[in-house]
Design a protein. Structure first.
Lengths: 314, 314
């Protein structure tokens, strides 16, 4: 089995965290319903492979996202002490359900652009933020951490380029209302490293430190890992990824969406980070899931490693 | 059509060169013979898309690489004034044929590891270098520039990790015998950014400046662009890539080998480089070639852009 040589790069953060979004972000757009048992087995396999932050599901209206109608059942099927297990929450109703399920971390989903806010949340950017205010406040009052996702930070399929100031505006609002961390999403995968660095600097100039930022890159145009590398040199320490790269972005009309956790683990391992992830086990989990989804994983690492062993791809 | 925002990264080189290897490296391992006319049309399309350094073919024994038995016909079919058009040369016999064809740049192919030298060249590392000495000397005497490829610089499928000193040894020999540039190959795609930076530094410490180095990354494990990004921050200005990502590496048992030129152009464009490449035209050229090869391009950019337009993938 091929492996990277371990050669650290000077000036990088001491430790990084992988924030696994496969069970939620990876599956939410699947048209074919995935059985709750399959989701739970997927999560068990991700835990067994060593992932320690796994976003489980989303408490949204089953009318919007039928795939995640079993949110409470998924949470009930997971040992919440086994790792960090955030869930997405769409509004106060979702928060009620999430808090009742016992989770200790939630995430809300904002947009940097009006077009995506309108299309995804059926609200303006600021209307959506106002809707999140009581969600964040009540969560914090309950001792629950709140991650604020911001979509379309690097480009928008309807609007084209997205000004840094738009991202800063939404980031400031989320932090002001009490969000404990922010995940900056390149939802259509157009961003490149200079853009990443410029956004981090602009946010810091606005008083939002690097330590609260996570990066959520998509690999639609193959840029995700280069952007992770740039963000690492800027001191970012949390990166979203999806096991096997599941979860395409319908807005970019591509099968390739989320950065594959395996590809990220490969780079981090080479850079000397102890991710705690067993790459072979993770690849096995992704190949297993790919068989259920009936299409091969778009992850480069999964494809290369699955072709060299007996873990035949779907 | 989605595009990256243009945001330069401070401290990067002012200009970079894309060294297109598709017609040679991309096609050399194709089992199905590609007609000379198809190769020439591919090269014409790459030129029309704006590429200005295109390696045309390889003057090797047709017994070794039947796909490139038409090397002289390919060179004869190209206007050598239209761009830089290097060719690969295996030995003095190949050099004779190359010089007779009128080319002004050649490349030789060395290995950092004994295993690959034995498997690919049927010689030891040093025996191969000795074989190249008269090739390089005669080329330079004829005013012909010589690029020295070094394979397996970051890992070897038989030997595993490759010590930096092995690469330095081969690089020194090639420069001493007169090579004008070196292309450092991550033939199995295992390298990560810290390793890239360490190698550049070690070579510089040995008296080999960054200005003579090109990087030849493979995307087998999805690391190629992150490695390009790291190399750019180290002042490297020449990058090998293959239109559409054609040319898998049989030693890594993966369909994904060469970094796709489109994915590289996307990042360089975002970083503010004027590559001179029309990305849409390049994608069209790769989709056209993919149809001839009867399999879809592994390039992320080609897949995403071809799915949004009328350029249906093979």
């Amino acid at each position: 089995m091929n492996l990277p040589s371990v050669v650290a790069q000077p000036g990088m953060p001491d430790a990084v965290r992988i924030y696994e979004v496969g069970p939620r972000d990876g599956l939410q757009a699947e048209k074919q319903l995935v059985a709750t048992d399959v989701k739970l087995e997927f999560i068990r396999r991700l835990l067994a492979a060593g992932l320690r932050t796994i976003e489980l599901t989303s408490f949204v209206s089953p009318k919007w996202v039928p795939q995640l109608a079993d949110a409470a059942d998924v949470v009930a099927g997971v040992d919440l002490d086994s790792a960090r297990h955030p869930v997405l929450v769409a509004n106060e109703r979702g928060l009620d359900r999430a808090l009742a399920s016992g989770v200790r971390e939630i995430a809300v989903f904002a947009s940097a652009t009006e077009s995506f806010a309108k299309n995804n949340l059926n609200r303006s950017v600021d209307e959506a933020l106002t809707m999140f205010e009581p969600v964040v406040r009540r969560s914090r009052d309950a001792g629950v951490a709140v991650r604020g996702y911001i979509s379309m930070c690097f480009g928008d399929p309807w609007e084209g380029p997205v000004a840094l100031a738009k991202v800063v505006h939404v980031a400031e609002r989320l932090i002001d209302m009490g969000a404990t961390s922010l995940s900056l999403g390149d939802t259509i995968g157009v961003g490149t490293p200079g853009h990443v660095l410029a956004l981090v600097e602009r946010l810091e100039a606005a008083g939002i430190p690097r330590g609260v930022l996570a990066m959520h890159f998509h690999d639609t145009y193959g840029q995700a890992l280069a952007n992770v590398h740039a963000a690492l040199t800027a001191g970012i320490t949390e990166f979203d990824a999806s096991a096997g790269g599941i979860g395409g972005c319908p807005y970019a009309q591509s099968a390739t969406g989320n950065l594959a956790t395996e590809d990220l683990v490969w780079m981090l391992t080479g850079l000397g980070y102890h991710t705690g992830v067993n790459l072979e086990q993770l690849v096995e989990a992704s190949v297993w899931m790919a068989k259920h989804l009936r299409r091969p994983s778009p992850s480069r690492v999964v494809r290369a490693m699955a072709s060299t062993g007996d873990r035949g791809q779907a």
